[in-house]
Design a protein around this ligand. Structure first.
Ligand code: UN1
Length: 521
């Protein structure tokens, strides 16, 4: 089924690679890049290579940050905080407005870099940069709306209100699958809130981080605010651990696996600091008998195979009502067979490669386990017979006793289940440890509202007639249970990046105590 463009050899990408050097140059990526920046670029740790997952060639090398480099960055971020927090929030928003414009100027090149380094298709690469631009726009507006409440005091001549102050240095840990946008969710909001920050990107996608940081450096330097946004490319075991334990960092916002999040949550809670955790998902779509098949098909296919199944929000489980099961399965199999797998920079491609060899192995293991547990591969199931980390998007007919369906495998595997009534489908959907995203396809109001009710989906995101992935930045993004409970991006997620202060002001000439307490001297 693997529809791969003819001549699928690494040399096939040669032309692209030559064109590519141009955009890497335009983004300031060189053969050898320092990976730490507080406005200046430096790095005295070991070398890290970045590979293109499509053809496996080395794109460039990064000189990582050592523990000493990390300390230098923290110092600079702390110093920048002293002036940045005193800069009025709308003036901070103005810098982010300029950063949004600068990202617009480089959208095409950045989108190509994301696609080249991470392997998602070009349209999704550009979409990711659009998401970064969108959150910048959101943050600009927010910079004039960091509202606190006022309360009526129970005491005469007293006024009570709350205000929001910047928190300090925020640590941002991001994953390879969204190497630009998830940083932007955190960075743009943290910046207008008056925080400075240190970004530790995934070691699988350091170049996208360096390109984004270069743009940020330029904009912040033009405005005389170096050191607000900082980058540290380095090993989790070195700089990552140091960051977790660092009492200079009151908030760590991290995206990654549940295992990683558990470690971060424990360490950060151990020093009574805060974390925002956006961890694994095991997202499901429920298709009722009255669902519109014209919506179901593209939503499920994009949800399950978009970004080659490597989104936190990817659709991993599909529950289809018995009477429409065969019809739905057939149309999905047909659609999967028509997918073009190949160079993500080719506009005809639907599915690019997985990030690395390890991801291919994990997918193969998950499929083998599913078969062992009684699952039936309906389509796909194998790695593609070509160089690179290409795999066939796979649908497995599953039953609810299978253990593997409880795991998040970062690959395009869709487990297909048949169900009888909606309560059963909702119970199966909620019956996993993760709780990020969920969706129902139905034209029945009662089914839709049941799904959205307190006894419906237990996830942080619940959609009707929309797939599980591709959330807009305007809402709060995150999930429940093992997904970690954090919220990033829109709505009032900004509150996590600030400290709340409740203020009571006495403008009378008396000193009454609250709760009617008397204490006469
Ligand atoms: C992620 O996979 O970590 O909702 C983020 C989506 C994107 C963000 C995904 N807007 O699919």
């Amino acid at each position: 089924m693997c529809v791969v463009p003819a001549g699928a050899e690494p040399t096939e990408f040669k032309e692209n690679r030559i064109a590519m050097r141009d955009f890497l140059t335009r983004l300031g990526i060189e053969e050898m890049n320092p990976g730490a920046s507080d406005g200046e670029w430096f790095g005295s740790g070991g070398e890290l290579e970045s590979f293109c997952p499509t053809a496996g060639e080395r794109i460039a090398v990064v000189r990582q940050a050592s523990a000493d480099d990390y300390d230098r960055v923290v110092k600079r971020a702390g110093k920048a905080f002293e002036t940045w927090r005193m800069t009025p929030a709308p003036a901070r928003g103005e810098v982010i407005r300029q950063l949004g414009l600068a990202m617009r100027d480089h959208k095409k090149d950045l989108g190509m870099l994301v696609s080249y380094e991470m392997g998602k298709i070009l349209s999704e690469g550009e979409g990711e940069i659009q998401e970064a631009i969108d959150i910048a726009d959101f943050a600009v507006g927010l910079s004039r709306q960091l509202y606190g409440l006022t309360m009526h005091s129970e005491r005469p001549g007293h006024r009570m209100y709350e205000q929001w102050h910047p928190l300090g240095i925020v640590g941002i840990v991001t994953a390879f699958n969204f190497p630009a946008a998830v940083w932007a969710w955190n960075a743009m909001i943290a910046a207008v809130c008056g925080d400075t920050m240190i970004w530790k990107p995934s070691s699988k996608t350091p170049l996208t981080a360096i390109a984004m940081q270069k743009i940020a450096n330029r904009v912040f330097a033009d405005n005389g605010h170096e050191g607000v946004m900082n980058l540290v490319v380095g090993r989790g075991s070195e700089v990552g651990e140091r960051m977790l334990h660092d009492r200079n960092i009151p908030l760590i916002s991290a995206t990654g696996s549940c295992r990683m999040g558990r470690r971060i949550g424990e360490v950060v809670a151990g020093r009574l600091a805060r974390s925002i955790l956006e961890l694994g998902g095991n997202n499901a779509i429920i298709v009722t008998a009255d669902a519109d098949p014209a919506l179901v098909l593209p939503a499920v296919v994009f949800g399950a195979v978009g970004t080659a199944g490597q989104r936190c929000t990817s659709t991993r489980r599909l529950f289809v009502e018995r009477s429409v099961f065969d019809r739905t399965a057939e149309s999905l199999i047909k659609a999967y067979k028509s997918l073009t797998i190949g160079d993500p920079l080719d506009e005809k491609t639907h599915v690019g490669p997985l990030i690395d060899e390890g991801a291919v192995k994990e997918m193969e293991e998950a499929i083998a386990k599913a078969v062992e547990e009684g699952g039936e591969v309906l389509v796909g199931g194998k790695r593609c017979d070509r160089p690179g980390n290409f795999v066939e998007p796979t649908i497995i007919k599953a039953h609810k006793d299978m253990k593997i369906v409880r795991d998040e495998t970062f690959a395009p595997i869709l487990y297909l289940f048949e169900y009888g009534d909606l309560d059963e489908a909702i119970a199966m959907q909620n019956g996993v440890d993760q709780g990020l995203s969920s969706a129902i396809f139905t034209t029945n109001l009662l089914s839709a509202e049941t799904f959205l009710s307190h006894r419906g989906s237990d996830c942080g995101i619940a959609n009707v007639n929309i797939g599980t992935s591709g959330a807009e930045i305007g809402g709060a993004f995150g999930g429940e249970k093992d997904t970690g409970g954090g919220r990033e991006a829109g709505s009032d997620s900004w509150k996590a990046y600030m400290r709340r202060q409740t203020c009571t002001l006495n403008w009378s000439r008396e000193l009454p105590l609250a709760q009617g307490v008397h204490f006469d001297l």
